[in-house]
Design a protein around this ligand. Structure first.
Ligand code: FAD
Length: 389
């Protein structure tokens, strides 16, 4: 009999696994490894099969800002414990119109938490980042210090390895059923093995609804997202060497600087979310979305947005798209709460920015599951499930 099985070895689940393994014995982290071929994928889908996620303290929401800060403060510990590095402190630059409330709020909140920020006028932006083309009506919010990007794949590997070193077991299988029984909970895997445990934490990300492990309607909205990647070669790599992660306040575009991918090439990535994106509900929806090429319209518009902002990218000869999914909750925060009477809990709902704060969400989920005091400035009620009919 295990103490806790965490279903989902993604950014939040694997963080919870490491923290849990520091609080109790009998921890199992359960979930499939990344498939070798996306085109043939049928197993559970994930939002972390990539090399770049932005991470920074500045955010217009104090809850996200604080949880990001506390997560970032633990990156060194996770890297040291696992021996796997995942974080690059490239800095962050938010750009927007002169009166951008998004940037104003982001800075105001970030500063209260110690973020190292600076306003840049258009000339200052061009001086520091000569590859950017910005108009006179734009200003920039720069965060240095510990802002930058993480490799979600490497972070998941690091959290899993650190959890293993703390005594957790890894079961690289998909869970297909979770059944409360009189002595605890049974978790059945895709190959038919039944694991018995006292408690379960479900952290299956955007796939939580489609995999059917939670009987209740969590009111998650899941959007398929398209990202566009430009291969960076030759002199362009040197020109962009100081590029920070970037966000554009008005459009919501986020841009990752050139990052090396497993094929050995550097890619610069852009994504822009919209509520018009594909609405994913069923396993079939996920399979179609993840094995497809994404939105053709996004491919054209994102590329054009990027080359307007970074004209040097017009020299790129290889562009491609990738697909991913994000899970939104009505509150804009993850759910970290019990689904039933103290045996099955959830930690889901990254709301498109769950990577940067994942370690802190995992910390909270771990403490909830073992009955430790909440002991966190984020109000517990903000992370509760909606009233379930
Ligand atoms: C294109 C894109 C760009 C993004 N950029 C950023 C960014 O720059 N910064 C940022 O902070 N966030 C970003 N995000 C969001 C971030 O990636 C997610 O919020 C984060 O991955 C959520 O973590 P999670 O653990 O909830 O889900 P995931 O990381 O998806 O992990 C869920 C895990 O559950 C597993 N699973 C699912 N079903 C089962 C099952 N039945 N049994 C066992 N395991 C199961 C999956 O295999 C997966 O490993 C981005 C997301 C997308 C899609």
């Amino acid at each position: 009999m295990h103490r806790v099985i965490v279903v989902g070895r993604g950014l939040i689940g694997s963080a919870a696994g490491r923290h849990l393994a520091g609080l109790t014995d009998g921890v199992v982290l359960m979930g499939p490894d990344e498939p070798t071929s996306r085109a043939a994928q049928t197993s559970a889908f994930a939002s972390h099969y990539d090399e770049g996620r932005m991470t920074r303290i500045v955010d217009p929401d104090p809850v996200w800002s604080l949880t990001a800060k506390w997560s970032i403060e633990r990156y060194d510990e996770i890297e040291a414990e696992s021996g796997i590095s995942f974080f690059t402190p490239s800095g962050y630059l938010g750009i927007g119109g002169m009166g951008s409330e998004y940037l104003e709020r982001s800075r105001a909140i970030g500063v209260t938490l110690g973020a190292e920020t600076e306003w840049l006028d258009p000339a200052g932006i061009r001086e520091r980042f000569p590859f950017l083309k910005v108009g006179e009506d734009i200003r920039g919010l720069s965060e240095t210090g510990r802002a930058g990007h993480l490799s979600p794949r490497a972070m998941v590997r690091a959290q899993n390895e650190a959890a293993r070193k703390r005594g957790a077991s890894i079961v690289a299988e998909e869970a297909v059923a979770i059944r409360p029984v009189s002595s605890g909970v049974e978790v059945e895997t895709a190959c038919g093995t039944i694991h018995r445990t006292e408690r379960v934490l479900i952290a299956a990300g955007a796939f939580t609804g489609a995999c059917g492990l939670v009987a209740a309607d969590l009111k998650l909205r899941v959007f398929g997202r398209t990202v566009v990647l430009a291969r960076i070669e030759g002199d362009l790599a040197d020109e962009l060497a100081t590029m920070p992660t970037m966000g554009h306040a008005e459009s919501g575009a986020y841009i990752l600087p050139p990052i090396r991918y497993p094929d050995g090439h550097l890619y610069l990535k852009i994504g822009i979310g919209s509520t018009g994106d594909a609405d994913l509900r069923t396993r079939e929806d996920f399979t179609t979305w993840y094995t497809g090429a994404g939105s053709e319209g996004n491919r054209h518009s994102f590329r054009s947005f990027l080359t307007d902002l970074i004209p040097g990218l017009a020299r790129c000869t290889h562009w491609h798209t990738d697909t991913c999914a994000v899970a939104w909750t009505p509150s804009g925060y993850p759910y970290i709460d019990w689904v039933d009477d103290g045996r099955i809990a959830v930690a889901v709902g990254g709301n498109g920015k769950g990577a940067k704060s994942a370690d802190d969400w995992g910390w909270l989920a771990a403490r909830l599951v073992v009955g430790e005091p909440w002991d966190h400035p984020v109000d517990r009620d903000l992370l509760r499930l909606p009233t379930i009919a």
